[in-house]
Design a protein around this ligand. Structure first.
Ligand code: HEC
Ligand code: HEC
Ligand code: HEC
Ligand code: HEC
Ligand code: HEC
Length: 189
């Protein structure tokens, strides 16, 4: 009796327990990856908008849509009305543009999925970086070649500091770039 119970524990219970522990660890590890450090995070968006087409082929300036980059903390994602400057005419017979027009007519903001995000306790400011001459691609990669946008670089504290302490190496195209701050209050204010 006792022996067969032990046998059951060893052959059935123990492997199942180990499996469950491993499986839940693996699941939480990968499921929380995007939130911890979203490198590679490339979500499907509600409208199949392509940067490669608009910013690459058509060469529309980043700032035409991301109006905040030189003036404010946030780059900002454009309202549907910005798209409609062109799409009341351009390709209005296409399914994706019909969908876009529906959002516009109903006055509903597009629920774009946010790709890059630093935690609330971190202070990041686009204008300081962009006005210093740092190109979008140094942080966001080659957006002009992306059909769907994804996170290319890490934005952990280590990654911010790595550039702040070695700015001349990380930004070889800027001859007179100063290092960024590395005191705690600069980024945690
Ligand atoms: C015609 C408008 C338009 C232009 C031009 C444009 N973008 Fe965007 N951008 C968007 C929209 C809309 C989104 C949100 C949807 C998405 O992620 O695809 C976005 C998202 C982004 C994001 C991700 C934002 C997030 O959620 O973290 C980055 C980074 C970005 N754009 C960079 C650029 C850069 C760099 C350029 C210039 C090379 C550029 N964009 C040009 C409209 C535009
Ligand atoms: C400056 C004009 C302009 C703006 C602003 C613009 N687009 Fe476009 N877009 C075009 C043109 C022109 C095409 C067709 C390009 C081609 O097929 O060669 C196009 C193509 C598209 C397509 C592909 C349609 C298809 O299936 O063929 C989508 C989706 C799209 N745009 C979404 C958007 C969204 C979303 C925005 C706003 C964030 C936006 N566009 C802003 C000019 C613009
Ligand atoms: C020094 C690195 C850096 C540079 C340079 C940079 N970005 Fe960003 N970008 C970030 C970080 C970090 C975030 C996340 C910010 C947050 O969560 O508040 C972000 C977020 C964004 C977003 C999401 C919306 C928002 O307002 O936060 C867009 C759009 C964007 N960047 C576009 C651009 C464009 C366009 C340029 C070039 C004109 C640019 N970025 C230059 C680091 C950078
Ligand atoms: C590619 C290089 C690079 C990356 C990546 C980068 N920075 Fe910077 N940052 C700089 C440089 C260079 C300066 C100094 C600009 C100047 O003084 O003109 C700066 C300045 C700053 C400042 C000072 C702004 C002010 O108001 O005085 C803050 C805050 C800051 N960065 C936060 C961040 C945070 C947070 C991240 C990561 C999410 C980050 N930076 C990523 C290069 C970078
Ligand atoms: C250049 C910007 C920058 C500077 C300077 C900086 N931090 Fe951070 N810090 C960040 C970012 C971005 C995060 C969030 C991303 C992460 O967890 O790595 C963070 C996260 C943290 C966290 C949370 C840790 C965690 O794992 O979530 C603590 C604690 C912290 N910082 C303390 C400090 C202290 C203490 C200093 C000064 C010695 C400092 N930071 C300087 C950008 C910075």
């Amino acid at each position: 009796m006792k022996k067969s119970y032990l046998d059951y524990v060893l052959r059935v219970r123990v492997p199942i327990t180990i499996f469950v522990i491993l499986a839940s660890f693996t699941l939480t590890y990968f499921a929380s990856r995007a939130e911890r450090d979203g490198v590679g995070y490339t979500p499907v968006q509600p409208i199949n908008f392509s940067h490669k087409l608009h910013a690459g082929q058509m060469k529309i300036d980043c700032q035409y849509c991301h109006t905040g980059v030189e003036k404010s903390r946030h780059a900002m994602v454009p309202a549907v009305s910005t798209c409609m400057n062109c799409h009341t005419i351009a390709r209005k017979d296409r399914p994706e543009i019909k969908k876009l027009t529906l959002y516009y007519e109903r006055g509903i903001a597009l629920p774009w999925k946010r790709v890059h995000r630093v935690p609330d306790f971190v202070y990041f400011n686009h204008s300081v970086h962009v006005d210093a001459g740092i190109d979008c691609s140094s942080c966001h990669g080659d957006v002009r070649n992306m059909d769907r946008i994804g996170q290319m670089n890490s934005f952990t504290m280590g990654a911010c500091l790595d550039c702040h302490r070695n700015a001349h190496e990380k930004l070889p195209y800027l001859k007179n770039i100063k290092n960024g701050p590395d005191d705690c209050w600069a980024c945690h204010r």
